[in-house]
Ligand binder design. Structure first.
Ligand code: AR6
Length: 174
């Protein structure tokens, strides 16, 4: 069973095998944690994302799915890109949010990662409240994380102390 960690910090500095990017379906970068990851990784990441789009995902990455690339100048070995449902665009099904976490864990196991760090997918530009993101992220880590024998550490990296507290309270309750 994986150890679940909840910390306040910056995802881009995490020394884990894989970090998960809260991307958009274009995979070509954006703001928030996506922008921070691309800035820290350097231009190789965008070049690989363009190739993934061209060769494997011409229509873009659908919400709730995940795909791995290299991590270039980041301390991690892989970046796993997933796309949260955009509440502002009427995508309000929390199951899709849970699938982002589950699918990313599945891809992490496939590539051979033993430690994975997540941001609060959907908890910024895409408009989900932090308690819902925490509930879905933790449910995925506890449920799907269980069946994935290769994954030893699942770390949730929250960008504010308030967000960390919400995740910690959700973890204690559930
Ligand atoms: N480390 C950890 N968490 C961070 C960091 C960081 N360096 N930077 C921001 N966060 P968001 P979304 C937190 O908006 O809601 C992008 O433009 C942030 O405080 O990054 O899934 C994409 O290209 C928030 O709690 O992702 C998409 O278009 C959480 O990460 C869209 O935003 C997620 O916020 C995706 O929106």
């Amino acid at each position: 069973m994986a150890t679940i960690e909840i910390i306040h910090g910056d995802l881009t500095t995490q020394a884990v095998d894989a970090i998960v990017n809260a991307a958009n379906s274009s995979l070509l970068g954006g703001g928030g944690v996506d922008g921070a990851i691309h800035r820290a990784a350097g231009p190789g990441l965008l070049a690989e994302c363009r190739a993934v789009r061209r060769e494997r995902l011409p229509g873009g990455l659908p919400a709730g799915e995940a795909v791995a690339t290299g991590a270039y100048n980041l301390p991690a070995r892989w970046v796993i890109h997933t796309v949260g449902p955009n509440r502002h665009a009427g995508e309000t099904d929390p199951e899709v949010l849970r699938r982002c976490f589950s699918a990313s864990l599945g891809v992490a196991e496939e590539v051979g990662a033993t430690s994975v760090a997540f941001p609060a997918i959907g908890g910024g530009v895409y408009g989900w409240d932090m308690a819902t993101v925490a509930r879905e992220g933790l449910a995925a880590a506890r449920g799907d994380g269980e069946g994935l024998s290769g994954i030893r550490v699942i770390r949730f990296v929250l960008f504010s102390e308030d967000a960390r507290a919400v995740w910690a309270e959700t973890a204690e309750r559930g």
